[in-house]
Design a protein around this ligand. Structure first.
Ligand SMILES: NC(=O)c1ccc[n+]([C@@H]2O[C@H](COP(=O)([O-])OP(=O)(O)OC[C@H]3O[C@@H](n4cnc5c(N)ncnc54)[C@H](O)[C@@H]3O)[C@@H](O)[C@H]2O)c1
Length: 410
């Protein structure tokens, strides 16, 4: 007799099998063996992820499977069809490293097969699609993670710690410059999906900025409204945005600005945060100008016209993260599957940063008007479809290359 321990007896039995397998080794499959997927495969097959074994890889291009067979250690199966791989019974978990539009449908399929899922960033291209994925995750009891490896940065973690502790008082202004994402025309010409509305759904906001925008919502919460000017193909021969200037307004009245692009070298990565208790600057290291008296209080009570609050300049020690940020995300995914520790980022966390990116594009498509958050998911979707319909697609020759990504993540 089949014992029913959940609503879906087949899934419950699969779960039991996996628990018994328990997870001496979590059997991982990777979908998309391009730049990023190859790197994840190397980490797992190279033994850098404790408790994980590479059980299968999948790519629609046979030459990438050939690459995997020739370059990765261990025994694993190869598939050209992701659905077939996920239904094979060979896996406990799947990593999705395909172009962005496919992340939600593949994750939904993974959950339906009872697999734990780690998706690459961005969570998807439009919030409506990502909400469906998050619902599927919530209905399953599987671990759902997203590759926001910048959350492992010692400097960002210290910054979050300072903000959350209340040490700095209320947030009043944020200025973020993120132009250290320099990309060449060669990059945009590699891969037919890149830098088109139909293939990628955006440019710098969709590909590079998901890290920044996740960090922004992780550190400061969500703004109430956003407006942005986006420049489409300003530096490169592409149809999507390669430069963005955005303004955010937060519920307490604080204002943020965000500037990002892929056309400047050398680029800048600088975050300046002004709070009641002083100013923090993250650029390389982390520096705090700590006001002895909260600035709004000094401003209201000082009896000199040009007096300034006493400020102490401090270099904040941030420590160092040992090893690869991607490997840390993968290790903690595997640990979470085994019921140990916490994820670096929950898959569901991918929604907020994407909503910010969508809001910036929507603002630029509507005369740079303010866009209220939560976003009108359907309006964004409809406007994106207009872009896709008006697209001329890829007009340049596509160079099919896979690059070693070490050193390209900032
Ligand atoms: N976290 C990071 O630091 C980081 C860095 C780079 C890329 N990424 C993300 O990884 C994803 C892939 O980027 P990339 O640069 O590796 O792209 P890529 O073009 O180099 O690789 C994508 C691969 O997926 C394969 N593919 C496409 N559709 C597929 C499908 N349905 N089933 C199986 N295989 C399929 C392609 O053939 C290709 O080999 C993107 O979403 C990107 O944003 C993340």
């Amino acid at each position: 007799m089949l014992t029913m321990c959940g609503s879906n007896p087949l899934k419950s039995c699969l779960d039991e099998t996996r628990r018994r397998h328990k997870m001496d080794e979590v059997r991982v499959g990777v979908i998309g063996i391009g730049n990023m997927g190859s790197s994840h495969c190397r980490q797992i097959a190279g033994g850098n992820i404790d408790g994980a074994t590479l059980a299968a890889v999948c790519d629609i291009k046979p030459e990438r499977l050939e690459w995997a067979r020739e370059n990765l250690d261990g025994e694993f199966k190869t598939f050209e069809d992701a659905a077939e791989m996920m239904a094979s019974g060979l896996l406990d978990a799947v990593i999705i490293a395909t172009p962005h539009y496919d992340h939600p449908p593949l994750a939904i399929k993974g959950f339906a097969e009872g697999l734990h899922v780690l998706t690459e960033k961005p969570a998807g291209v439009y919030t409506r699609q990502v909400k469906e994925m998050n619902e599927a995750a919530a209905e399953s009891d599987r671990v759902f993670a997203i590759m926001f490896q910048q959350r492992t940065s010692a400097a960002y973690k210290k910054l979050k710690d300072l903000i959350d502790s209340g040490e700095l008082g209320e947030l009043l202004r944020i200025d973020w410059i993120s132009t250290a994402w320099y990309r060449t025309q060669f990059y945009y010409d590699s891969g037919g999906w890149r830098a088109t509305w139909e293939g990628e759904g955006g440019g710098v906001l969709m590909n590079q900025c998901p890290h920044d925008l996740d960090m922004m919502q992780w550190l400061f919460g969500m703004p109430e409204r956003v407006r942005a000017t986006c420049f489409y193909g300003k530096y490169h021969d592409i149809e999507v945005e390669d430069e963005v200037f955005a303004t955010m307004e937060y519920p307490n009245g604080a204002i943020g600005t965000f500037k990002a692009g892929t056309g400047e070298a050398p680029g800048t990565r600088r975050l300046e945060v002004f709070c009641e208790r002083g100013k923090l600057v993250m650029e390389g290291g982390l520096k705090l100008w700590r006001a002895r008296t909260p600035v709004p209080e000094h401003l209201a009570t000082c009896e000199q016209s040009f007096g300034k609050p006493e400020c102490w300049e401090c270099d904040i020690p941030v420590g160092r993260r040992g090893g690869s940020a991607h490997a840390e995300v993968l290790n903690r995914f595997v640990q979470a599957i085994n019921g140990e520790g916490e994820l670096v980022a929950r898959g569901e966390d991918g929604l907020n940063g994407l909503a910010l990116a969508n809001a910036m594009l929507l603002s630029s498509w509507t005369d740079d008007a303010w866009v209220d958050l939560p976003l009108d998911d359907d309006l964004f979707y409809d406007k994106l479809q207009e872009r896709i319909r008006a697209s001329t697609g890829k007009t340049r020759e596509v160079k099919d290359v896979v690059e070693d990504l070490s050193g390209s993540h900032n």
